[in-house]
Design a protein around this ligand. Structure first.
Ligand code: BGC
Length: 386
């Protein structure tokens, strides 16, 4: 070996030692990489209750922020097709705005998601009167629904996921509902890029229960544009038409040959302003779709794709219906996170649930919960890109 050869030999030897070291470090790092959950202060409610903000991060870098005020998802960061993370839900960056002006951004909705006509229903021969907060109707649990209460929170962590378990005891006759309702909602962010929401409840008197989540999504990113380009597929051949007050008539109507047909992926904006009575009543889409699957069984509810960013969200649920609301009441008066102005139809909601006004519609799947029974539903949002 001459000097030059010896020099090359030494350089190669050191390079291979260096590379082997790097590999080991990166393997160790991967083996150690676990999802995480951290807690920070999110301020005090007007009546002095402390509220926290939990940040859940999975091993792929997806981030979900949830506050125990209303169980609200305040941020949800997912990658676009180039790996760039964006926050894809509307919301506020402070508790005060949530308390004062939120149109149910990201919250847990309860005790009853969506409307109950005139705030009245009869159960076992007794008529109950609920708080009325939407014209003459009851909406999303009343004046102080589950979106406006402080939940007990507990972090959950495993190698595959991180979660936040929220608990709330809704007292007998709260907002007019009978029975003490013990509710647990668990948000779980998995390493498979899924946000799961599991709802459980039990009661000590016959009551009604219909829980959901009210995330306002835009797969292009929050506050950047309207939802028109997002392509939506809803796994439903029927929907529940409504009257002018957005109360279902009781009919299950075929979506065929109507702007309600989302059986094939269709841009939300493609038919939203069509001359259609149902769209006029809703000011756009604000209806419940009857999912093509058995209630209680996990199955596909909807899939959304944004061609610009490549983001895909697929929703599976055990619920029999999904309320697709196209953000028609957003009008540019709300200023949200990062100073973004939330204009008309800047987001959409897909609220998996039982049908609106079920307590007054004997032919709809029942929302009655009795002592001894456990209310149990699950919805999974799977994020990917294409
Ligand atoms: C309802 C809409 C309502 C929105 C926000 C949706 O679930 O169907 O009518 O405006 O929630 O409150």
């Amino acid at each position: 070996m001459n000097d030059r050869q010896r020099f090359i030999y030494v350089v190669l030897l050191w390079t291979s030692v260096f590379l082997a070291g790097c590999k080991e470090i990166s393997q160790t790092k991967e083996a150690n990489m676990e999802p995480s959950i951290t807690k920070t202060d999110f301020g005090k409610t007007k009546d002095g209750q402390n509220v926290d903000l939990y940040t859940l991060t999975n091993i792929n870098g997806l981030v979900v922020k949830i506050t125990n005020y209303g169980g609200i998802v305040t941020e949800l960061w997912t990658p676009d097709r180039n790996g760039k993370l964006d926050d894809i839900v509307l919301g506020f960056d402070n508790l005060k705005d949530y308390e004062e002006k939120s149109p149910y951004f990201g919250c847990i909705v309860g005790r009853y998601g969506n409307r109950i006509a005139k705030g009245k229903f009869t159960l076992d021969g007794k008529e109950y009167t609920l708080a009325v907060n939407n014209g003459e109707n009851h909406l999303h649990g009343g004046l102080k629904g589950f979106d406006k209460v402080v939940w007990d929170a507990e972090s959950i962590q495993s190698a595959e996921s991180v979660g936040l378990k929220l608990h709330y005891l809704s007292k007998d006759m709260e907002e007019g509902y009978p029975g003490n309702l013990d509710v647990t909602v668990t948000y779980t962010l998995t390493n498979k890029d899924e946000l799961q929401i599991a709802y459980e409840a039990s009661t000590d008197k016959p009551t009604i229960c219909n829980l959901t989540n009210h995330n306002y999504y835009n797969l292009a990113g929050q506050g950047v544009r309207d939802n028109y380009e997002n392509q939506l597929m809803i796994n439903a051949d029927y929907f529940t038409p409504v009257d002018e007050g957005l109360i279902p008539t009781g009919e299950l109507r075929s979506v065929k040959d109507t702007p309600m047909d989302f059986t094939r992926p269709t841009a939300i904006g493609a038919r939203i302003d069509s001359d259609d009575t149902q769209l006029k009543y809703g000011g756009g889409y604000d209806h419940n779709w009857v999912l093509n699957k058995k209630a209680g069984e996990m199955g596909l509810a909807a899939k959304v794709y944004d061609p610009e960013t490549g983001r895909v969200m697929e929703i599976h649920t055990t619920e029999p219906g999904v309320q697709f609301y196209s953000g028609n009441f957003l009008d540019g008066t709300l200023v949200g996170k990062e100073g973004k102005v939330y204009k008309h139809r800047y987001a959409f909601c897909l609220e998996t649930q039982h049908y609106p006004d079920s307590p007054n519609k004997p032919d709809f799947p029942s929302t009655v919960l009795r002592p001894g029974q456990i209310y149990k539903t699950t919805t999974v949002h799977k994020f990917s890109t294409k």
